[in-house]
Design a protein around this ligand. Sequence first.
Ligand SMILES: NC(=O)c1ccc[n+]([C@@H]2O[C@H](COP(=O)([O-])OP(=O)(O)OC[C@H]3O[C@@H](n4cnc5c(N)ncnc54)[C@H](O)[C@@H]3O)[C@@H](O)[C@H]2O)c1
Length: 249
Amino acid sequence: MQRFLDKVVLVTGAGSGIGQASAQRIGAEGGTVFCVDLNEAAVEATVAGIVAAGGKAVGRVCDISREEDVRACVAACVEQHGSLYALINMAGVLRFDDTGQIKLAQWQKVIDVNLTGTMLLCREVLPHLLASRGSIVNAASTAALSGLPCGVAYSASKGGVLALTRSIAIEYAKRGVRANCVCPGEIKTGMTDNVEFPETMDYSLISRIVSPTGARGPEAVANVIALLASEEGAHITGEDIRVDGGTLS
Ligand SMILES: NC(=O)c1ccc[n+]([C@@H]2O[C@H](COP(=O)([O-])OP(=O)(O)OC[C@H]3O[C@@H](n4cnc5c(N)ncnc54)[C@H](O)[C@@H]3O)[C@@H](O)[C@H]2O)c1
């Protein structure tokens, strides 16, 4: 399939996990991938992998929680490539805290990256997506749909992503821009490899976020993201698609 031939796609979180798998998928399908991440070495490795496989990609270091970084990043993408067809907003952070003890700075960091960062990218790309009649795919989570023990900041941020995605979808529907999100659950990535729980964690509650079909790799989500971002998803907007192997069924 060459669903992204001659199309420019900006992918955040492209240095790891679901963002990286999405960038690779878009690159393999003919797209020019503008890979964005906080981690320079990781984003450069993703770019090198796409180019080595015969695709087109460039990298950009950006902290998505910083307004000026995001503004400059989207401007650079459009300046270099002339247009923008899709935004795949996968950068994010996860932490677990005892809700009775979470520090304001810990809460704020998660909200700043996952929610405010997602909004900043959406805001900056929308004028360009209006021109291309393009689309956005945001990273929500099963934590947006079901309680996550010790995940108060993360689940609030992802609930916000779900709500803002629907709002953009309805606001822009008549103007030809789509916005959807994916709700992954138990996907093996750097994020889930490095989880730390607070001492007070009740591990018997974790079974509710374990997939009955086992954890999957990030390609399982990238497949859905590519469909949503491409013309194949042309009549889908304001949707949230669980990719959780049935966890919340
Ligand atoms: N893995 C899962 O099981 C799972 C489940 C539900 C939702 N998600 C969501 O999917 C998205 C991708 O997750 P993943 O598992 O691939 O994570 P990951 O940790 O493997 O990758 C996230 C990437 O985001 C980058 N990043 C973090 N903060 C950033 C910032 N401020 N600016 C720019 N880049 C930043 C990291 O450097 C990293 O490369 C996240 O939004 C995550 O919350 C993941």
